[in-house]
Design a protein around this ligand. Structure first.
Ligand code: IMP
Length: 190
């Protein structure tokens, strides 16, 4: 079992503060409100667990349009910082999305492999529309093409933690987005 990580010793620096994030989340919510203002039925938000749960919780509290929230648990990482490239659906949604307007809520698009897979998987259920909303985007790391409709921040190709994002299931509770000290994950490679 991995030892507990104390954030004080694990974090190199914070690149996005809680305040930066809240301002961006509000702006994204306003845009979504505008884009879906004339819908007769609630839009379906699919929160991708686990990383997106904090972002989704804040985003829904800024939305004014009618919506439903559903959860899907997807894993693509092992215990470290590298994508395994294999996407596994641990928990599917139970709602029928056929003919509904759907937005996938994701924490970060890195290689894009997870979202490319998910998009194709959910498109197969014939939603009326399927958009992607992510808090973070690492364009330099992209291996699969994905069209992101709502994006909070573009960041460099560095491993980040906090605001729902983890390293080996830890550090999700940090209020901002921070870069991990390389020695924390280098310990894995030794
Ligand atoms: P992708 O398939 O490489 O785009 O990665 C998708 C998932 O990997 C994200 O939803 C995150 O859960 C995780 N991930 C990617 N980059 C990071 C990171 O920098 N920190 C924490 N998790 C990450």
């Amino acid at each position: 079992m991995r030892k507990g990580l104390n954030w004080v010793y694990s974090i190199e620096r914070t690149i996005l503060s809680e305040k930066d994030i809240q301002a961006r989340v509000q702006a994204i919510a306003q845009q979504i409100d505008l884009d879906y203002q004339d819908e007769e039925y609630p839009i379906i938000l699919i929160c991708i667990l686990k990383g997106a749960f904090v972002f989704c919780a804040d985003l829904i509290r800024c939305l004014n349009i009618p919506f439903e929230v559903h959860f899907m648990d997807v894993s693509s990482y092992n215990d470290g910082t590298q994508s395994s490239g294999v996407v596994k659906i641990e928990k599917d949604i139970s709602v029928n999305i056929t003919d509904r307007r759907v937005i996938i809520i994701e924490d970060i698009v890195d290689t894009g492999l997870t979202l490319a897979y998910l998009k194709e998987f959910l498109d197969g259920r014939h939603p009326r529309s399927l958009a992607i909303c992510t808090l973070l985007d690492k364009p330099e790391a992209r291996q699969a093409e994905v069209q992101v409709d709502y994006s909070g921040f573009q960041i460099g190709n560095e491993f980040v933690v906090g605001y729902g994002l983890d390293f080996a299931q830890q550090l999700r509770g940090l209020p901002g987005i921070s870069i991990l000290k390389p020695e924390v994950y280098q310990e894995d490679e030794e």
